[in-house]
Structures are given as C-alpha cells and as structure tokens.
Design a protein around this ligand. Structure first.
Ligand code: PLP
Length: 356
C-alpha cells in the first residue's frame, strides 16, 4: 500500500482536553473556546423537530440556510457555501484552490487545523512567524508569496493569541497580494471583536475579488457539537467550494439549528456581550497580578509562557482546570464561564506566588 506522500509527518490535531477528574474539586474545560452557555430552547426545539425526519437525507444544497445567511449579510446566495464546521470548509478551500505541491501561506502560531488541512489535500504549508506583539506579520506574509501560492489564510483575530490585524494594514496587505491568490479571512471569533480598528470583513469581501470569509456557528452561536460553518466567497470560488463539499455533510439537524440560531441572534448577542465583558475583566485581573498579555479580540486569553507552558498547564490541571498549552509557545484559556474565570484567576495568582 502507498499513502499520499504529503501525509508523512502530518501533525495530529490535538483537541482541547476535558479536565481530569479530581476528588472534591469542581473541574472546568477552558481548552476549546466553546461557548459556555447551553443552547437556547428555540434552537433545541428546531434540532428536535429535525430529528423526527432523520430517515431522510438533508437538503444537499442547504438552500434555506444559504438564503438566510445571504439575507443576514447582504450578499447573494451564490456567494455562500456551507460545510461541516469551518474546518470542513477549510478543506474545501484547499481542494478548490490548490494542486499538488501548491502553497498555502499562514501565520504561525495560528489555528492548528491549517497545516493539517493543507497536508491532507497535498498542499504545502508556508508558516510565517507572528510579530512580537502576537499579530500577523503581514509584510513578511506578502513577501512569502511565490508563484506556487494559491491561498493565504488570515486568522482574524488569531487563534491562539487573540490579536487581529488592523483595517488599514490588512487593506495594504491585500493590495500587495496577486489577484489570482485567494485570501481567506478566518473570522471564527469575529463576533467577539470590539476593537473599532478591526477590519469589516464583509466590506473587504465586497471590495476585493480575491477575498473570501470563513465563519462558523461553533463559537458565538454555540453550535460546536453540530458542525456547521459557512464561507462567503465570490461566485466562481463559492461554486467550487460547494463542489468540493462532502455530499450531505451538513446534517438536517445542523441546518435547522443554524437557522434557528440566526432567528434568535439578538439573544445570542447578549451572551457574546457577557463574554466580551468577562474577557476584559480577566485581562485586567491578570495584569493586576503582574501578567503581561495582549488584548484579545476573541473568547480566550493568551499567556506567552514559553518553556513554562506545559508546566503551567499541568499546574492548572491539578487544580481542576483544563487549559490549552501550545508546545513551548504559550497557553490559551477560554473565558466567559464565570465560575471557571474565577477559578482560573485564583490558579494564576497561585502560580505567580510560587515563582520568584
Ligand atoms: C474554532 C475555530 C474554527 C471553527 O471551527 P469549526 O470547524 O467551525 O468548529 C475555525 N477557525 C478557527 C481559527 C477556530 O479557532
């Protein structure tokens, strides 16, 4: 048997772990950037209704969902593609744009699915180091584009550092990218961004023929377990993305729940506001403890702990908190669940007290 050569050395996706059980200790999972709120009743009811027809295939074109998204964002239905989470769409993007050996440029450290999606589809990852302030080095990313580059991924704001590119610099970057290179702006956390200097992704999509947006129902909309994401892309690319989709990949339950979530967006938005407030409180409390960390535009905070990262994660784990360490780079902690935030701040203070 022969396997595709690009699979050699493929990094494994490391999901955020659930907390290890500890006798007499409440444990919290703050390792996967999930929405801490249980689904709203209207969403559960819509999903339950869809369950009753699960002997039937879903609408392969997800027409109702595409129409609802088109209305919501003021684009044409032909600009939409859905997939099994935005990770599913990420694969569709690589499949739609890259031949074997073509290059995908992205920042590093960034979302760990990027190198995996590139490799499993035969593309080559080109990683460009983040700047010291944890933001994308857009200058270096533009310089990394070659004749083989088909796609550039901008994680906006970046997972795991929480920092986003400013509108002006992203605009300047887009102008430097050749027209035949697709720029995918991964806006998985865009609903949590409140910095007025952040770009309006939809506006960038409208102004540039090679810009596409990647979005998800997993984070702000709280549907991570149902696997549904969407892309907003210009017609030809959107059509190609739909062609690359796993047929019937987005279940009828996911389609109906996503539609119901769009219908109760105002209520979901209130939860997002709470999470944004929690992020500000956690950030401020950490700084008061003496930590330095970037301002996050997402539902997590980032501590660049370097060689202490794994030790800090183990320290948290022993105290009932599953956080997400990244090698020797840092640790990402999801915020927004009040008891977990409180516990985390206690543990962070305890860690500092044990350090000289
Ligand atoms: C969580 C996340 C996604 C969303 O993944 P889904 O497959 O939609 O659950 C996409 N991009 C980034 C950067 C993420 O952190």
């Amino acid at each position: 048997m022969k396997l595709r050569s690009s699979l050699a050395g493929l990094p494994a996706y490391v999901p955020g772990r659930p907390p290890a059980p500890h006798q007499g200790l409440t444990t919290y999972k703050v390792s996967s950037n999930e929405n801490p709120y249980a689904p709203l009743p209207q969403i559960i009811e819509a999903a339950e209704r869809a369950l009753r027809t699960m002997n039937r295939y879903p609408d392969m074109a997800a027409s109702a969902l595409h129409h609802a998204l088109a209305r919501r964002f003021g684009v044409a239905s032909s600009n939409l593609a859905t997939g099994t989470g935005s990770v599913g769409l990420l694969q569709q993007f690589v499949q739609a744009t890259c031949d074997q050996g073509d290059e995908v440029v992205f920042a590093w450290r960034s979302f760990e699915a990027y190198p995996i999606c590139a490799a499993v589809n035969g593309a080559v990852s080109v990683r460009v180091a983040l700047r010291p302030d944890e933001s994308h080095d857009l200058e270096a990313m533009a310089a990394a584009i070659t004749a083989r580059t088909r796609m550039v991924l901008i994680c906006q704001p970046n997972n795991p550092t929480g920092v986003g590119a400013r509108a002006t610099e992203l605009d300047a970057f887009i102008k430097r990218v050749p027209d035949d290179v697709t720029i995918v702006i991964d806006e998985a956390y865009v609903e949590f961004a409140d910095d007025p200097n952040m770009p309006d992704g939809l506006e960038l999509f409208r102004r540039h023929g090679n810009v596409a947006l990647l979005r998800t129902f997993s984070k702000a909309y709280g549907l991570a377990g149902l696997r549904v994401g969407y892309a907003i892309a210009h017609d030809e690319l959107a059509q190609a993305l739909r062609s690359c989709a796993v047929p019937f990949g987005v279940s009828s339950i996911a389609q109906e729940a996503a539609l119901a979530a769009l219908a109760v967006e105002d209520e979901l938005q209130e939860r997002v506001v709470h999470i944004i407030r929690a992020r500000a409180e956690v950030t401020q409390a950490l700084r008061q403890q003496g930590w330095s960390l970037p301002d996050s535009q997402a539902n997590f905070v980032w501590l660049r702990l370097g060689s202490d990262s794994q030790r800090f994660a183990a320290f948290c784990d022993e105290r009932g908190l599953a956080v997400r360490p990244y090698g020797d780079d840092g640790v990402r902690i999801t915020v927004g669940d009040a008891p977990a935030d409180t516990r985390f701040l206690e543990v962070a203070a305890e860690w500092r007290a044990t350090r000289p």
